[in-house]
Design a protein around this ligand. Structure first.
Ligand SMILES: [Fe+2]
Ligand SMILES: [Fe+2]
Length: 244
């Protein structure tokens, strides 16, 4: 075992993981609520490289994995805000944060993450992998997710415009939307992402690179201009408050 591994496993309370677990397994099992500051998130990246035992992921594969990790964090926060529409909730929902989160989903995951996956999934379909049926289902879900994000965004924009929308409609619609996103992500983590390690050679990645151009994540990337700065601070504060 790598000399740093035991330290990081205990640090993240991830003792159930072993070096035999694939990076997808580990991402899949992350309980993001355990990470409470930016420093810890940087360490997640280090943990990944340690667990991979020096295997270097292609930058596109790495970005897709990272997107899933970030998406889980965003969905946790969105879930919390949506929960404030619950009849029993004593907290007032922050509409700006909800709209910003939905705006981000339309700006980056819907425009880069899902279309990039479609390109990779098509390549896996050409290989006639055993999970082809699931891959086709996930591609249909991409279309559904993009459509549902647009619809739920319109619904919350109506609230911002003071149109009458029932709390029940908001709560039910948003909960279904978050569940769709989470289930989709979990299926990819468990059944499809590991195939990128077993099916793709360096040559495959060189060809994929011609079709997929990396883009900066406008919420989580250090290089972005932080148009989602308020949302980013909100996510960090929420994670910190949950850990204390
Ligand atoms: Fe997807
Ligand atoms: Fe995905």
């Amino acid at each position: 075992m790598h000399r740093y591994l035991a330290y990081y496993l205990s640090f993240f309370n991830l003792r159930k993981f072993s070096q035999q677990d694939s990076v997808s397994d580990i991402y899949c099992m992350f309980d993001t609520s355990q990470y409470n500051c930016e420093h810890n998130h940087a360490n997640v990246e280090l943990l990944m490289s340690v667990l991979l035992g020096g295997v270097v992921m292609h930058k596109i594969q790495h970005q897709l994995h990272t997107d899933h990790y970030h998406l889980q964090r965003l969905l946790n926060c969105l879930s919390h805000e949506i929960g404030c529409y619950d009849f029993d909730s004593k907290q007032v929902p922050d509409l700006d944060i909800i709209l910003s989160a939905l705006d981000y989903l339309r700006t980056y995951p819907d425009k880069w993450h899902h279309p990039s996956e479609d390109i990779i999934f098509n390549r896996l379909l050409n290989r006639k992998v055993k999970v082809s049926k699931l891959i086709k289902q996930l591609q249909i879900e991409h279309e559904k997710i993009i459509l549902e994000t647009k619809k739920i965004n319109e619904l919350f924009n109506s609230v911002a415009d003071d149109c009458i929308v029932s709390a029940d409609e908001l709560l039910t619609g948003a909960k279904k939307f978050i569940e769709l996103q989470k289930q989709h992500l979990n299926k990819e983590n468990e059944f499809i992402y590991p195939l990128m390690n077993t099916e793709f050679s360096e040559k495959d990645w060189r060809e994929i690179e011609k079709e997929i151009k990396l883009q900066d994540d406008p919420l989580f990337s250090n290089r972005s201009k932080k148009e989602f700065d308020q949302l980013y601070r909100y996510i960090l504060d929420m994670e910190e408050s949950r850990s204390t």
